[in-house]
Design a protein around this ligand. Sequence first.
Ligand code: MG
Length: 263
Amino acid sequence: MNNRSRVGAAIALVGSLAIAGAGRADENADPKATEQWEPVPAIVTPGSTENAPPSDAIVLFDGRNLDQWVSTKDHAPARWQVAAGVITVDKSAGNIETRQSFRNYQLHLEWRIPQNITGEGQFRGNSGVFLASTGPGDAGYEIQILDSFNNKTYVNGQAAAVYKQSAPLVNSARPPGAWQTFDIIWTAPVFAADGKLTSPAYVTVFHDGVLVQNHFRLSGETTNRGIPQYKPYQEASIKLQAHGDPSPPISFRNIWVRKLAPQ
Ligand code: MG
């Protein structure tokens, strides 16, 4: 060993000792002391494909009907169109939302901008999924749906944005006519009995399998004007947006949700 390699070996030794020290690895510790055996994770049978609902999912739309959905404005049965296994937005009927309420969950949904889409910016295939509908109209927390394949707009308003709060990390939009997926993990905000926020909302979103929101911390409900603010709620519906832009309406299919226990 020459001098240079001796110095190198010494540096490597010091380095490995430092790493061992940092981890406080204890050669004498019993490995069993750090094994966890309970509680055993529940068995969930995965769907036949990554997009199909697992065995513990609540199916919100399976191609047949809108039984799980009501109109946001009057809670009457939802009046969007269902044909050939697909929901198409009826802009004149307004937003629709789930009958059931949710707190924390994993959500899968698929949406399609029509091939004959028109318009530009926010007026080209605008819709959205509200992760908690906290009131009428667009009240709540919106993940934007829009044709963002080749359509310039403000980046915190393009597809997969947390509307006016967080642009997607990348643009993974497919072209009009193609089905696109959202897989969303929603951690609801927590409020004390007096309504004070004790833990903000967080969201993770995959768009067409690509991570676009990574545990983003929301600063309140999404809003078109002004500063986001939190409003206390416990459980809320999931809402789909009938946006008033004049472009042809978009479609949805294969919507399911898995409730998650608080962490
Ligand atoms: Mg929208």
